[in-house]
Ligand binder design. Sequence first.
Ligand code: ADP
Ligand code: MG
Length: 698
Amino acid sequence: MSNRIEDTFGSMVFNDEAMKARLPEDIYAAMRRTIDDGRRLDISAAKVVAEAMKEWAIEHGATHYTHWFQPMTGITAEKHDSFISPSKCGKPVTEFSARELVRGESDASSFPSGGLRATFEARGYTAWDPTSYAFVKEGVLCIPTAFCSYGGEALDKKTPLLRSMEALNRQAMRIIRLFGDDKTTRVITTVGAEQEYFLIRKEDYDKRRDLIYTGRTLFGAAAPKGQQFDDHYFGAVKPPVKAFMDDLNDELWKLGIFAKTQHNEVAPAQHELAPVFGQANIACDQNQLTMEVMKNVAARHGLVCLLHEKPFDGVNGSGKHDNWSISTSGGRNLLDPGDDPISNMQFLVFISAVIAAVDDYQELLRASVATAGNDHRLGASEAPPAIISIFLGDELTSLLHAIENGEEYRVTDGGEMGVGVHVLPKIPKDNTDRNRTSPFAFTGNKFEFRMPGSNCAIAGPNIFLNAAVADELCRFADELEAAEDFDSALKALLRRTIAEHSRIIFNGDGYTASWEAEAEKRGLSNLKNCPDAIPRMKNKSNIEMLERQRVLSKKEIESRCEILLENYVKIIQLEAAAMSDMINHDILPAALKYSKVLSDGAAAKKAISPRLSICMEEKMLYSLSDLTDELYEAGIILDRDTVRIGEFDNVEECAVFCRDNVIEAMKRARNAADSIEKIVGREYWCYPTYGDLMFGVR
Ligand code: ADP
Ligand code: MG
């Protein structure tokens, strides 16, 4: 077999090449129209596609197929059915019908629906998304699908994502038509998701119940070494990690995922993978798949891949930068300033729409990345603050201010732009991406949303971003289409938009306390945690916008909000229970065992020299005894509060209780336990330490 990437790339995907090779010409053409223009595929064509897909899948080792979808749990769901059915004479034949390809019925009662679907009408259905290619994974043909209730309400993340991309397409098309483009047929959203992760040894992971149950360490004293030397970031990749990365790339390439960049990240044992960007819904599917493949490949290497947003206290957590742009189907990036006056002006329209969208819907964007895990990241001095602002770079900012003030903005090589400014300066890419503290940064020809946590299903933030930008573009298009004098209408629109929304632009250091104060003065919202952020999804203006753009209905938004809050509560409840389990069964017993060693030691000393007043064993014993008392006490409070979680009817109130009480009790318990860990001898301690976990792979 060839080892060349070109030959194996996409070999496990029923992609354009496979379809071209295996479908009759007319069916292939129909399929392309479905993929490119969203046209319906009739049932007779679907029958041929299903048969060809099945044959291809079986040749690639598949015995089963599944509709592959993203319910609101945040992971992908699958239910395997084999291709085999009995023939009349009882022998097995392989079958895969058009109906099985296009639509699946599934008992949805165990997926969260946030009250959208009563359990007595529990069926949901999955519907094929032909724009995202089917693929074979571990012997199963996976068919990307949307997941809806019988009433047509979205129960997943793909459905609203597709709707939001459609909304953005509709509105962006109106704008580019106004600028004289009558050739482009579609505008697509592009996304590239940079994925951060930790790798630790499986043998260490297996000894930590917190990692097994919750994905993060609930206890752990700081190791002597952390990330203080910055020696891990971009450092040489250690051989076991390199072997993992090589294997991972092979797997991803076979699945048609353009894994491109890999490097060590800031924290010890932390790494990053970035793919080449692609169409948003495919990028979202592929990121879900990437996370899954990462975990599977790690297991083959005796490693565990941690995708939690904050696996370890005291070192950086993991994020997932959502690089986002819009482009024409012909590949023209609409957030690229370009170098002629027309594309410059058009660029200003699109960038102004993004600025307005992020300002008007900052709380929606914030809510889209709110999870219990991400609460540990946002606002700490490692990730963007919980305040949304936009970094544009000095050059672009001063240009926008010039427009706002109606001043000439002169650049040396510029010509007239017709909006009171000269041709945009070429924005050197290197100048734009130096501010790593900004949550939403313009990086030359795309925006980078840096708030999502590493295990975020990025459909979430992209749904809101697309919808919000579509809505602003819609207002722009309404105004410009009705204008008698396009140039002056455009000038007025840009001036007004920039003036109204410049408060969201901030090029300084987002980690400082002075920014927090300044942001408050500007009236920007600062929602620090889930109970504050998630309910804001239901703000009247958010619901109206999402309904206007036909992305989510009020009912769907309310149900999503409920699911997210429930999820928050469940996570805190689980973490509290796991903590209690570890306190009682691991930490206190280890501390007591070590206390015995100390008291035996003290007794032995006293036996030799009875006049000894107080020895070091006794001193240590006193400290340890105080701490175990404290831990025991904290454990009791934690247990009491955990019970109370179950007593709430209202999920919003329950979430607030979790934040204000349970999390505080968890902090108290952790403080005591971590102090105990610092005293107890290594061989008496009950699980691998931070040092073992973060420096174990070498
Ligand atoms: P960095 O953020 O480290 O400076 P790059 O800017 O090269 O790195 O790219 C980061 C990610 O952004 C990559 O996944 C890349 O594919 C993606 N990206 C680049 N251009 C676009 C675009 N037009 N739309 C969406 N994502 C993009
Ligand atoms: Mg980046």
